[in-house]
Design a protein around this ligand. Structure first.
Ligand code: PMP
Length: 462
């Protein structure tokens, strides 16, 4: 709904005065001129001035079946009217939580048949690590508490999840858990820009992991936390065979493998879960969130293999048998009902099949943008992609490269496309219902934005 100019100004002023946004740029705090998104439909959003944009980022990697889907809205309303909330603690359940857990175990890889619900991705990652610690502690291996993580990965914003996240820039000025979290080298492999083969890169990464395990001592390591593809780190794709080889190492040393599928599950890579179907592994614990409800409701989940769940029960300490982990809103009934409706829509509308059809087209069209000299790389997998910008000759997120990417983002927004500006990257993760004509529109807008930014660069703007 278009808002009157006075109302918009008042909203923006209240925002500037009172909101400290997530990931806020503090240099503009109090002066931020926030975009007010007031409507959303399909793959488009509309701002308070009536301007409509293609949503190139799917909300935040999470909108999958599109905005304003009737079935999801009906499910939310029906559940809110029937039973909006009751505690999930102990032996109390709700119909949606119980139904959803059973559905997830059918859809998920291998024997991941037990679900511990949480509220979002960060709380799911935290819970998975706590479960890994609890598991080893119950088995009398309390010293097995160290965690292996990946440089450049992102696992969330709560303290432990942020400690696991591997971007130095996000860690400055905080106090991180340094003693027992270890970051392995980023597993990125870009065949277009690599001087070594995929096999050499894989050997190098696995040798590095082996060395880290030997250095820390396998008897001290509880788990390895990995994103199948490092999403927020810049859509970084490991060489083929990486996850399988890492899992083999974990199995060899009794280290639990936690796959963070917060972004990659629920169709973004063309399957409900990417681990098994896309990467050939069944992890011990799998974490998901975002697309589980298509972003309509906050929800996270940790899926546990029967092996781990049974071992937890077997090893439970009779004196202290309670797994003290969970949140007031773990598996909120309205969120679980939404997730059930979302899965039904995905199956009925054959969303995964659709992604497998349009995904390669999306990447092929984006790769055409590499002709611009300011494009350093185009990376992606199905509907998860990024365009990396650079001033030719300059690599990484330097201030100039970031300014250039911001210019590309601004030109895109002006032409009606929202991409996610992140350092020197334009990240793209549209809703999964996107069709080829809309992909063409996105690429045409990006192409024009890159042309303009390149012209600005040569004119000395950066
Ligand atoms: N894991 C991954 C891979 C993510 O991308 C994110 C969020 N972008 C999270 C965890 C944290 O999820 P949330 O923001 O829902 O806490």
């Amino acid at each position: 709904m278009r808002q009157s100019p006075q109302r918009r100004i008042s909203l923006v002023a209240k925002d500037a005065r009172h909101i400290l946004h997530p990931w806020a740029d503090l240099t503009s705090l109090g002066r931020q001129n926030s975009l007010v998104i007031s409507e959303a439909d399909g793959i488009r959003v509309t701002d308070s001035q009536g301007k409509t944009y293609l949503d190139g980022i799917g909300g935040m990697w999470c909108i999958t079946v599109g905005y304003r889907h009737r079935d999801l809205i009906a499910a939310m309303r029906a559940q809110a009217e029937t039973m909006v909330y009751f505690t999930p603690f102990g032996n109390v359940t709700s119909e949606p939580a119980s139904q959803l857990a059973s559905l997830l175990s059918e859809l998920s890889p291998g024997d991941l048949n037990r679900v511990h619900f949480t509220t979002c991705g960060s709380t799911a990652v935290e819970s998975a690590v706590r479960i890994a610690h609890y598991y080893f502690s119950c088995r009398g291996q309390r010293q097995k508490r160290h965690v292996l993580a990946q440089t450049n990965a992102y696992h969330g914003s709560t303290y432990l999840a942020a400690s696991l996240s591997g971007k130095a820039v996000d860690r400055t000025h905080f106090h991180y858990e340094g003693g027992w979290v270890h970051h392995l080298e980023s597993p990125a492999f870009d065949p277009d820009n690599s001087t070594v083969s995929a096999a050499e890169r894989l050997d190098h990464l696995i040798a590095g992991m082996e060395r880290a395990i030997a250095r820390i001592g396998p008897e001290q390591i509880a788990c390895f936390v990995a994103e199948p593809i490092l999403a927020s780190g810049g859509v970084l794709i490991p060489p083929p065979g990486y996850h399988q080889a890492a899992l083999d190492l974990c199995r060899q040393h009794d280290i639990l493998y936690i796959s963070d599928e917060v972004v990659s599950a629920f169709g973004r890579l063309g399957h409900f879960f990417a681990s098994e179907t896309r990467f050939g592994i069944v992890p011990d614990l799998l974490v998901t969130a975002k697309g589980i409800t298509s972003g309509y409701q906050p929800l996270g989940a940790v899926l546990l293999s029967d092996r781990i769940a049974d071992a937890l029960v077997e090893a439970a300490d009779p004196a202290k048998p309670v797994l003290s982990n969970g949140f007031t809103y773990s598996g909120h009934p309205v969120a679980c009902a939404t997730a059930i409706a979302n899965i039904a829509v995905m199956q009925r509308e054959k969303i995964c099949e659709h992604v497998r059809d349009v995904g390669p087209y999306f990447l092929e069209r984006l790769r055409g943008l590499r002709n611009w000299s300011i494009v350093a790389a185009v990376r992606g997998d199905h509907l998860m992609a990024c365009v990396e910008c650079h001033v030719p000759g300059e690599t990484g997120p330097t201030p100039r490269n970031q300014a250039l990417a911001r210019a590309v983002d601004a030109y895109c927004a002006r032409s009606g496309l929202l991409v996610r500006p992140y350092e020197n990257l334009c990240i793209l993760s549209p809703a999964l219902i996107i069709v080829k004509e809309e992909i063409d529109q996105i690429v045409a807008i990006l192409d024009d934005a890159l042309a303009r930014a390149e012209r600005d660069l040569w004119a000395g703007a950066f």
